[in-house]
Design a protein around this ligand. Structure first.
Ligand code: FE2
Length: 202
């Protein structure tokens, strides 16, 4: 049985994400995916797996319905942790250095992330991921997720309309700007970084 959890109150991200939006998003969407997933796996060999194991197995076996609902369950749990209205407003330490190494500076990272979020057609997610000693911005369509791949997710933005329509209607840009400038939990993103072993000179 997979559980869902919202790590803060429904009004914790006000005024950038309203209590009404967060209630709908968590109660109707996130929990909806988790409930559907539990119905799909009950009594099957998937029933006792962790969410990550379940995603890897469903991906390998092309169980698309299980995979989609499991990824949406994982992506939403990761989304809640990626945001905090009282979070760090800017990256520092190692994650800042990696952003500067990969994008030049924090402003350029934000601009590229913004463009990726605004040009993603339809529903999906925009991720900051670690790929070895590089950071990359990764847009994924619908339920797709880098979890269980060689990429390490650091933070994510949900660009499905259900994430922002009540607060921003069709103005995805205002929602993306609020995320980039007011909501990112940089402490969480930094906590996901993996150590990279320096390659030895030949
Ligand atoms: Fe969502």
């Amino acid at each position: 049985m997979i559980q869902s959890n919202l790590p803060y109150d429904y009004d914790a991200l006000e005024p950038y994400v309203s209590e009404k939006t967060l209630k709908f998003h968590y109660d109707k969407h996130h929990k909806g995916y988790v409930d559907k997933l539990n119905k799909l796996i009950v009594g099957t060999e998937y029933a006792d797996l962790s969410l990550e194991e379940l995603i890897s197995r469903a991906r390998g076996e092309a169980k698309i319905d299980i995979l989609n609902n499991a990824q949406q369950a994982w992506n939403h749990a990761f989304l809640w942790e990626s945001m905090a209205a009282s979070g760090e407003m800017s990256p520092d330490g190692r994650i800042k250095e990696l952003i500067e190494h990969s994008f030049g500076d924090v402003a350029t990272f934000k601009e590229r992330f913004r463009t990726a979020a605004l040009t993603l057609f339809g529903s999906g997610w925009v991720w900051l991921v670690q790929d070895g000693d590089e950071l990359r911005i990764l847009p994924t369509g619908n339920a797709d997720s880098p979890v269980g791949t060689h990429l390490t997710p650091l933070l994510v933005l949900d660009v499905w309309e259900h994430a922002y329509y009540l607060d921003y209607q069709n103005e995805r840009a205002r929602y993306v700007d609020a995320f980039l400038n007011k909501l990112i939990n940089w402490k969480f993103a930094a906590s996901n970084l993996r150590e990279v072993r320096a390659s030895k000179a030949a």
